[in-house]
Design a protein. Sequence first.
Length: 159
Amino acid sequence: MKISLITVGKVKEQYLRDAIAEYSKRLSRYCKLDIVEVADEKTPEHASEGVERQIKAKEGERIAKHIRDDAFVIALAIEGQQLTSEELAQKIDGLGVHGTSHIQLIIGGSLGLDPTIVKRADYLLSFSKMTFPHQLMRVILLEQLYRACKINAGEPYHK
């Protein structure tokens, strides 16, 4: 299985980069992982709704260039479905059983995802009704993917 993360912006904090590297290394045992970073747009303070829409549209165009037609696309969105770790593992396992060989997961920028990306997604996943920094979300997502792989392999870890 190939898993790609398409993310907006660079991770600046070293401790987050270290965690991303660690989970990427752990995941390499279970899948081929690819992390694609697209440039983020600077958001001016007190930006109007129109400016925010333009920013999300520009970031959305950059994301769309990396979405593959043959991939199952999961967008992280607050309005998405919340799953337990076991349910996420089942979702990933079920995709593989039904012939999906490439999953792309999309994490938007600080303003979220452009509606065109949300519409293109095959599945919307939410980790919480709370908002998390998008850089930290990469670590949380990678940890959950690793946990799902361990669950699917019948290995201890997830409790």
